[in-house]
Design a binder for this molecule. Sequence first.
Ligand code: XMP
Length: 519
Amino acid sequence: MNINSYDCLLIVDFGSQVTQLIARRLRELDVYCEIHPYQNVNEHLLSQLSPKAIILSGGPDSVTRDGSPRAHPVIFDIGVPLLGICYGQQVMMQQLGGEVKSGVGTAEFGKAFVERKNSSDLLKGWFLDQKEQVWMSHGDHVSSIAPGFEVFGFSPNAPYAIIGDTNRRFYAVQFHPEVHHTPNGQTLFENFISIADIEQNWTMEAYREVAIKKIREEVGSKKVICGLSGGVDSSVAAVLIHEAIGDQLTCVFVDHGLLRQGEAEEVVTMFKENYNIPLIHADESKIFLKELEGQSDPETKRKIIGRLFIDVFQKYANKIENAEFLAQGTLYPDVIESVSFKGGPSVTIKSHHNVGGLPETMGLKLLEPLRELFKDEVRALGRELKLPESFIGRHPFPGPGLAIRCPGNITRDKLEILRKADAVYIDQIRKHGLYNEIWQAFVAILPVRTVGVMGDGRTYDYACTLRAVTSVDGMTADYYPFSHEFLGETATRLINEVEGINRVTYDITSKPPGTIEWE
Ligand code: XMP
């Protein structure tokens, strides 16, 4: 069994900021799906994936503009069910003989209510309360539908809010069923899956077996080294690979000098106590910190760290006979981002070192057994592999470590202050029983000093900011609503216990528009 043994649903990405949410909704329904930028969807990809259904995502362009994105025409001929969403609906109509208009009066943004016009299998469980709340976000609108289509639902501003051609099993909606402002959107996806007769069998129990077989096939008798960061992703990847190939795997834990307080000891102890995996603890902090000296641009920092990681892995790989693979805990959101950045419609926000920050040439082949998974799926797989709960429940920690929590120049002094501040903050969160409620929390040290007064003396020290967010997979996030008492108590502790900090702020930005990390 391999990934192709699952029924696959293909999502054609036209660049919407919420395309990944479509994948999330489907994964929640235990459906295996892949997102591909529209330019990459051609006969070759379709024969590789053999999708049982296709969803066309939304996108920022206008189909009325010359040269705007189109779906490869072959997707309309292969006989699988289609669902067009927003731009995806408009592209379908334009390509199948309908009409789309732009201009004054066609745009609609925000909450709207759709009413039933005709019944359809796509709408089982819909309209029980007469009207359904949906989320609209479109500049253009469909002004005439393609031959063979009929109207199932309409709203005051969208006469073709839900349309379909039941014979061909082509459906299209003007709104976004993937966002939670369309409360019944998941039912619509469920109905579409059932129309496409897709088996809902994408569970981590099944995935584990598939992944182990795939790793064995790919690696053969060669050796693998795995970069351990102490985070959940690389730990799960290491344990999974170890299950597959045993002592053909060596783990390298790179201490780049950008780790949190006590982190190196914690990770090494956890691996040594629980697993019999050969583990090299490489202290390479000098070289990392030296090369980062004087660098303040976020992308430059990421690229330097990515390059040095590879140099270090290569160095250790050279010492292991037959080492051909470098294993990493790359996740699906990183993959999508890196695919988009190589020519997809959406823009790159950051080069995650797992993917974007790697050098063009490298002597090792990449082994990335988690590249189809979202973060919460990795945690589920970790539980499946019986990793200690204390590890699975850890907040995510980025590969570039404290470097991206230290905007501006990185110095050893600042890193030391940051480590101490972070330890106090996390201790506060644990003491108040909030650790598991929060998806990720950390301190960032700001590149600014402020004047303060302590006792009778003047201080001129760094300001820091506290970050804490809730999230499902890090793709979107809300800031955590700490009580004022908690924030006040934490600020007092930080200023009293951490020399070098004299001002504390709390970051109340959600993602989007912010990102979780500061760089
Ligand atoms: P952002 O800041 O992009 O972060 O909202 C989303 C999640 O990804 C983590 N992150 C990284 N993880 N390598 C990683 O392994 C990276 O380069 C990287 N950059 C950000 C971040 O901590 C958050 O959990």
